[in-house]
Design a protein around this ligand. Sequence first.
Ligand code: UD1
Ligand code: CA
Length: 496
Amino acid sequence: MSSVSAVIMAAGQGTRMKSAIPKVLHPVAGKPMVWYMSALARRIADSAVAIVVGHGAEQVRDYLHQEEATLAPFFVVEQTQQLGTGHAVQQAQSVVLSDKEPVADHCLILNGDTPLLTEATVRALLDYHDSSQATVTILTTILEHPQGYGRVVRGAESQVLNIVEDRDASESEKSIQEVNVGTYIVNTNFLFESLETLKPQNVQGEYYLTDIIGMAVSQKLRVSALVTTDTNETIGINNREHLALAEQEMRKRVCRIWMQNGVTLLDPNRTSIDADVVIGRDSVLYPDVRLEGRTTIGEDCVVRSHTRITNSILGDRVQVLECCVFNEAEIDQEVNIGPFAHLRPGVKIRARAKVGNFVELKQAELGEGSKANHLSYLGNTIIGRNVNIGAGTITCNYDGYRKAQTVIEDEVFIGSDTQLIAPIRVGRGAIIAAGTTLTQDVPPEALGISRPVQLNKEGAAKRKRDSRNRRSSDSTSNVSGQNNQAEDSSFHKDEL
Ligand code: UD1
Ligand code: CA
């Protein structure tokens, strides 16, 4: 196999997306389209990968640099005016040619908007290019509704003659169902020679890369076309409908991969897993679970329905019940969470801990074996081992100006309905009585309690009930109401 460089055309505005962000940054299964194209090119090319940016160049460039770890090495070149796909490839000349000599014999050219294209298909295209000794090889597919795509015009012996863009096509050309996918392998010398002579003679006034096919034919150079039957793989995303189709297809693919790797998905059509997620074997995902971003799920975990986990790490044997939301949380093994738990950024839940319903944590660590089972807010808090956080516990971590820290040491018992006004520390083994508002540190092994003294008024409840009953029987004979009110307020004064 001869050497291959690659060019990705990612400079277009994507007008039909009607979006403020550049088209190639729109995500599919959580990763921008340009990531898929660049990662694919990187796997195939054995020399330079050029990524042509233009519309929203800064944003695309910033994104590519963030992903350097998975995509490097690549070169970003700028197409300052988007004059067409042929013009876009020309901008990559400085990368693909060195001293006017090709860095590789052949150049793989990819549209930036076909993220479903697979490595296997591109390798098959390369093999075909090689075996047919072609100057240009294109990938095509047959579509029932080919509108919007460039049509592949073939001659009498079905040899490819040229590609006609949808907007330039005659009525008879429009009826051709074989379309250009936007994936090309071109002899590098021929590529740049022919690009030099391109003319923008078409409805859009653009320099079309697709015109090089007709040029090769007129120079009697061989043009090959590989027809793929997988029409999902070839979706070029031009508008939001295409984006939704690509999203569905990519999600199916990701689900399939995890099932093949030993993960149970009770209903893959209702499970959404981003491309970067990693899941350990024998984990079970119930319907309507969303795993987003760089999330890692350990082995033997169970995630129940309507839970969304973003950029979080779960250890092995973690059980997550229904309707939880985690974002940037780290959860160690054998933890039980939910239902209805909210873990916000900076949360660490240590092994065998429990987080129950309507518990929210933010910038907080819950130590090994500790429990916060009901209705609590724990923010900017470090909680040690084997601590019990009672129902309705609230860390008051914000005074309207800044956040303050709460520390709860090992073996502490916090009674229900406790407020901890931070900054505050509760020493090891302390007990906090239910209903306490803590304003000072509690020493180790102490009992912290702050409650108004309780008063029991003997018989007061009965007197209140009797007075109510009297009033309702009076109201049938005396409707003035004034007397009743006076009677009522005197009851309040005396008894409450
Ligand atoms: C293109 C093909 C068409 C093919 C279709 C497949 C051309 C002329 N047409 O049409 O035959 O059927 O893809 O999906 O190539 N771009 C630039 N700079 C530009 C213009 C475009 O970098 O000046 C990039 C875009 O960002 C995009 C890619 O090139 O990633 C294709 O451009 P697009 O406008 O989507 O072309 P289509 O009309 O879809
Ligand atoms: Ca397109």
